[in-house]
Design a protein. Structure first.
Length: 324
């Protein structure tokens, strides 16, 4: 293990949800819990067996650490391990604090040209990398991203980086769609009260064809329905957003058109990829951060996220570090 002095911690919708509702699905907050799982910091001390890190190293933290070497770990899909430790998923504490201890294997050294803030953004970015890989985004793909919150935006960034020729994004709010344009979306659709079929046909007319790939980032029933109707026959729909446990969807429509529906659970094996992309300047995640607060103003930061202001709210845990 290593002891870290925390630096930057991003606030996620799930953090706000636990704070407001005390549960997400089967994960119920029963005892006080530290939030935060999008984080970077500086190594202060290393355990006796740690060789790849030393005090002073700047690192990005992968929040999910398998507790045992089970069959999921053996096949490289450790995110599916049922006993995994995960920051800020009850009952596991997160890392929104000044000092934090974590498994050294899940701390990744940041190159000098990658900032702490970018290091903290690797966590949401990883969701985009994992989703776009599961979707099979490749050269020339036409992609529909449903939802333009932080996770929709990282999917736009990653899809374009992986070779998507055109990406269309939907959202309720014009300000969020403006951000999608900023990070590389080719087309945006502001959804008002269209039916799922109407949304699907708008996507088709903007792209000039139905997309081979849809990445659904809202979890809203109507959006999942639109995702099925929009996806080209033989294409893939990846469900990233989580909503109610039971959702009514036109499953027969998907079945008879051979639309593959895939889920994702967090990510695995994405930190080295993300660090390589950030270090080589192949992707730019800096526009995602819109608000910064010192740790003392954490409540204000959470309120800002709850109101849906900006995109990514970042907390600075190191009092010696001046806010930009």
């Amino acid at each position: 293990e290593v002891l870290l002095r925390m630096h930057s911690v991003g606030i996620c919708g799930s953090d706000v949800h636990y704070w407001q509702h005390g549960r997400i699905g089967d994960f119920v907050v029963k005892d006080p819990m530290v939030l935060g799982h999008e984080a970077s910091g500086t190594v202060v001390k290393v355990g006796s067996g740690v060789t790849h890190l030393k005090p002073g190293d700047r690192v990005a933290i992968e929040p999910g650490v398998p507790r045992e070497m089970d069959e999921f770990c053996k096949t490289g899909r450790y995110n599916l391990s049922p006993t995994i430790f995960f920051c800020a998923t009850p009952p596991d504490d997160g890392n929104l604090c000044r000092y934090y201890k974590h498994s050294a294997s899940y701390c990744y050294k940041l190159p000098d040209n990658v900032t702490f803030e970018e290091g903290a953004l690797i966590e949401p970015l990883s969701v985009g990398i994992h989703a776009c890989k599961r979707a099979g985004v490749t050269l020339g793909s036409k992609v529909f991203v449903s939802g333009s919150g932080p996770i929709g935006l990282v999917n736009v960034i990653v899809a374009k980086m992986m070779g998507a020729s055109t990406v269309v994004v939907t959202d309720l709010f014009a300000s969020r769609l403006q951000k999608a344009k900023e990070v590389g979306a080719d087309f945006t659709i502001q959804v008002k009260n269209e039916t799922p079929q109407e949304v699907a046909s708008k996507v088709e007319s903007l792209l000039g064809c139905m997309p081979e790939i849809t990445v659904e980032c809202t979890g809203v029933q109507a959006c999942i329905q639109a995702g099925i109707y929009a996806t080209r026959s033989g294409g893939t729909l990846v469900l990233v957003g989580l909503g109610p446990e039971m959702v009514t969807v036109p499953i027969v429509n998907a079945a008879v058109r051979e639309v593959d529906i895939r889920g994702i659970f967090r990510y695995c094996n994405t930190w080295p990829v993300a660090i390589a992309l950030l270090a080589s300047k192949r992707i730019n995640v800096k526009p995602l951060v819109t608000h910064r607060f010192p740790l003392e103003k954490a409540l204000e930061a959470f309120e800002t996220t709850k109101r849906g202001e900006g995109v990514k709210v970042m907390l600075k845990c190191d009092p010696t570090d001046k806010l930009p």
